[in-house]
Design a protein around this ligand. Sequence first.
Ligand SMILES: [Zn+2]
Length: 486
Amino acid sequence: MSELSTLSPQPLWDIFAQICSIPHPSYHEETLAAHIIEWAKSKDFHVERDDVGNILIRKPASKGMENRKAVVLQAHLDMVPQKNNDTQHDFTQDPIRPYIDGDWITAEGTTLGADNGIGMASALAVLADETVKHGPLEVLLTMTEEAGMDGAFGLKSGWLQADILINTDSEEEGEIYMGCAGGIDVVTTLPLSREALPAGYKTLELTIKGLKGGHSGGDIHLGLGNANKLLARFLAAQADDLNLKLIHLQGGTLRNAIPREGSCVIAVPADQLETLHQRKERYLETLTNEYAVVEANLTLLLDEIETSTPALTADCQTRFLSMLNAMPNGVIRMSDVAKGVVETSLNVGVVTMDEEKVEVFCLIRSLIETGKTYVAEMLNSLAKLSGAKTVASGSYPGWQPDADSPVMHLVRETYQQLFDKTPNIMVIHAGLECGLFKEPYPDMDMVSIGPTIRGAHSPDEKVHIKSVGQYWQLLTAILKSIPVKE
Ligand SMILES: [Zn+2]
């Protein structure tokens, strides 16, 4: 028996301990899925799977609650497999080893899988616990959320009977989520032509580093420095003045991370070297002044290097630097519905260059579909001006906040009554599966709640024990208060 079984609510912690004992990283959910299906059958629940592997379990209403609106409790089956370098762990074979660490549960050397294992355990505990009162109930467990939301993308219309969906994948007790951003990737490709450097040029590498970086959704409103944009700004301003030639430019590593570092290889006539160094120092002063609050460790390095790569032709260089310098980045618009939340943003995340082409990888996020297309069109217009082309891919819809959502109001009132404080109604500028559910189920009334989880997706992941109890109290109270279906 796991030491987690000493905690309350016991059915939830018991089930969570079992989930931890069965490996279930993304793409390896089958053993856990089979186990849950066997368990549901042994309890005589109706259970089905769809083509993409999502599990649906139905439980009839408690006595006297048959006339309520039907609810689907939803969690994702998979977890992110991350371990410390010095931990021996095979995520497809070895159980997660959770333990109590003061007020928290964490795991030895690995991710815990509280994201979304606690949500999954709470849904299964509602099925198992006969003392919980509820109307017609469904439990939906989705596949591979953490590696592309495969299950949510594959969800068919007409499968769920519920009117209300409670997503259990948010990570802060006291916060109720009523919306999330969708996203789309746009790659801008500009073909390059090159020519040999004129005689008498010196080649140098200019590097920007020490920027904070961060999540391109959650941190986009912080106004952090973007290495790609800051390089373009300097080069676009100095190129003509210094007869500067661009040979190479690269920056960032992931579309969904704000780029922390970037570098370029440039060449200037030998008699401009001194001026270049002065301009670089002045630019560093400018940035240090502008970013004094948010980027205290920003640095610029300028070193002479050798290279035999030819430079971009003058026309090609002007088009590229103008394009990157003019490219929108960061917050485009704030939401009118959710105060203080970003509606639309983009991150100029990665620039890669080879002999023939340069590619700029952007991730656009928006709470509304048209916000995404607006920014994608801006990038397309800019590409047309520059002789480049854009390709969009990987679009997934956001979950547009509905200020009139009945279930959101019910959750808020229930929370207020239980804990005598007002919860925060939140919209997250990152992805949740709810946005995808709206396509097959446009009328589904949705909300997302969860316990407090820290360090999700890292070996430091931990869940706050008391918040799990509060989350369970809230969830069961909501189920009891679901209104009658008209
Ligand atoms: Zn999750």
